[in-house]
Design a protein around this ligand. Structure first.
Ligand code: HEC
Ligand code: HEC
Ligand code: HEC
Ligand code: HEC
Length: 225
């Protein structure tokens, strides 16, 4: 194996026009390997020559040495605050509490966005976090002032966003929790082109606002609404 590597090394050097190679360093081949195997052979001879009692002592000494080395490494590698409260690093609690908070609550948005707040609170999306659809508070506000622009989705991207929660393909939760629709059936039912995006009929912040109003005007109300 080493021989093979050596030959490839030489070939490479020759092709690069480099004259120096391992020979010029004058290190005899396999020095380390032969040294180690020699030491191992010598050790075996010594052990075979020992009495039963001496071997037992040797085993005990090795156990002691290994335990010592184990404890040494444990002390070197374990973080200082490990085990103060339990089997974890106590400093991690302090460090985690220093991480800046990136998310606000909906209340934090309501302070400046009174118009959206009124619609949002009155609609069926009142339980949904503004930040789920718009991104994090910290990207938008710092020190009580607007500092960054949050992306406002348009067209196709809105449909993708809505379907993350309202797609019938999501089988993991019951239809009772969040009503779902299947595309393109939902658009066919409404007899519109399949290029329609969700926000062309639903107000994104109160999804049944205009639909319910239209029903009131036309008088087509379902029972109990
Ligand atoms: C279900 C997802 C969703 C939620 C929840 C939501 N929004 Fe929106 N919002 C949108 C989408 C999509 C648009 C852009 C399309 C539109 O206005 O019809 C938008 C538009 C906006 C705009 C107008 C941007 C512009 O200049 O055109 C503001 C401001 C806004 N939202 C703030 C909020 C606030 C504040 C909340 C929480 C009270 C909130 N949104 C909750 C999806 C959402
Ligand atoms: C310190 C006041 C303040 C707070 C708090 C605030 N906004 Fe805004 N936001 C503004 C201002 C000012 C604008 C630009 C004018 C406008 O569209 O009303 C804006 C615009 C927006 C827009 C349009 C895109 C943009 O960035 O210009 C969206 C979406 C939005 N905010 C969402 C949110 C959400 C979600 C929250 C809560 C996590 C929030 N805002 C909290 C002040 C604020
Ligand atoms: C984070 C998940 C989530 C997202 C994203 C979301 N919604 Fe909703 N939506 C809900 C929840 C929760 C309700 C209230 C429970 C219900 O009735 O389905 C709801 C209610 C609705 C309803 C009324 C259903 C009913 O009860 O008759 C409509 C319509 C709707 N959303 C449309 C949309 C549209 C359009 C979008 C995209 C702008 C959207 N939703 C994005 C979670 C979401
Ligand atoms: C052409 C208009 C139109 C478009 C586009 C549209 N919807 Fe609707 N949607 C409606 C109407 C109208 C209703 C109410 C039906 C009713 O109450 O019988 C409705 C109802 C719903 C419901 C409640 C279903 C239920 O079981 O009660 C959900 C959820 C919904 N839409 C989500 C979406 C999503 C997500 C999109 C985008 C992929 C979308 N809609 C696009 C008109 C539309």
């Amino acid at each position: 194996m080493l021989q093979l590597l050596h030959e490839r090394f030489l070939m490479q050097n020759r092709s690069l026009g480099i004259k120096n190679n391992w020979h010029s360093l004058r290190i005899p081949k396999f020095t380390i390997v032969s040294l180690l195997s020699g030491m191992y052979g010598r050790l075996q001879e010594v052990i075979v020559g020992l009495s039963y009692r001496m071997r037992l002592i040797l085993v005990c000494i090795s156990i002691l040495v290994m335990t010592g080395v184990g404890f040494l490494f444990k002390n070197l590698l374990l973080p200082d605050s490990f085990g103060v409260y339990g089997p974890f690093r106590a400093d991690a609690i302090e460090e985690a509490s220093q991480v800046p908070i990136r998310h606000g609550t909906n209340d934090s948005c309501f302070k400046c966005h009174g118009f959206e707040a009124r619609i949002h609170k009155a609609g069926l999306h009142k339980t949904i976090s503004c930040e789920f659809c718009h991104g994090t508070y910290a990207d938008h506000v710092a020190g009580g002032k607007k500092t960054g622009i949050l992306p406002v989705k348009t067209g196709e991207k809105i449909t993708t966003l809505c379907l993350r929660c309202h797609n019938t393909e999501i089988k993991a939760r019951s239809e009772e929790v969040i009503k779902t629709v299947a595309l393109p059936d939902h658009l066919r039912d409404q007899q519109v082109k399949l290029t329609h995006t969700c926000n062309q009929c639903h107000h994104v912040h109160a999804p049944l606002k205009y639909i319910n109003r239209a029903k009131q005007i036309t008088g087509f109300m379902e029972e109990g609404v």
